[in-house]
Ligand binder design. Structure first.
Ligand code: AMP
Length: 189
């Protein structure tokens, strides 16, 4: 099963993806994690994208599509991928559909975690204080949210039209959100 966890920054995608990995043995494919690892390693790619992440802008479609394509065989061998933070543009979503189709695969479900903006801001302020992730600072976060609304939210109709979009209330405790996600996946499986 291939699943997309969808939602704005701070919606809980990473937290829920990690839980699904533990419980189902699927592979989490987080382009944000991949890009941060590239930056930490000091690679050419890392040097190229550092400023983009620091500003809260989106890196090019080409870069993230290549990162994902590289990891698809591994996810397939594990029984499926949980896409976290990818796709973020319609072009990325179209490329993902093509890459999966070439492998005889598809996206089975797109789980949208719905969290309102005041709650997102509260969560990110807390995460910034606790973890100090540089792009969680208030100015950058506002830009990440703007990018989500402008570039990523248009994916909702894309997946709704494909009949793949399920909406989950992401406002509750981690366990409650997990239970809601699992309930939608029982229907898919
Ligand atoms: P995330 O950890 O998913 O919040 O991603 C952190 C940052 O990495 C984003 O603010 C973007 O700068 C970059 N990034 C991650 N995934 C993508 C993507 N699919 N497309 C473009 N940029 C991305």
């Amino acid at each position: 099963m291939n699943l997309i966890l969808f939602g704005p920054p701070g919606a809980g995608k990473g937290t829920q993806a990690k839980r699904l990995v533990e419980q189902r043995g699927m592979v989490q494919l987080s382009t944000g994690d991949m890009l941060r690892a590239a930056i930490a390693s000091g690679s050419e790619l890392g040097q190229k994208v550092k400023g983009v992440l620091d500003r809260g802008d989106l890196v090019t479609d080409e870069i993230v599509i290549a990162l994902i394509e590289e990891r698809l065989p591994e996810a397939e061998a594990a029984g499926g991928a949980i896409f976290d933070g990818f796709p973020r543009t319609v072009a990325q979503a179209q490329a993902l559909d093509v890459m999966l189709a070439k492998r005889g695969q598809k996206i089975d479900s797109v789980v949208r975690l719905e969290v309102d903006e005041p709650a997102l801001i509260e969560r990110i302020t807390k995460r910034y204080a606790e973890q100090g992730r540089s792009d969680d600072n208030p100015e950058t976060f506002v830009n990440r949210l703007a990018r989500y609304n402008a570039d990523t939210a248009p994916l909702l109709p894309y997946y709704r039209e494909q009949g793949k979009l399920v909406e989950v209330d992401g406002m509750g405790a981690v366990e409650a959100v997990a239970a809601s996600i699992d309930a939608t996946l029982t229907v898919v499986a």
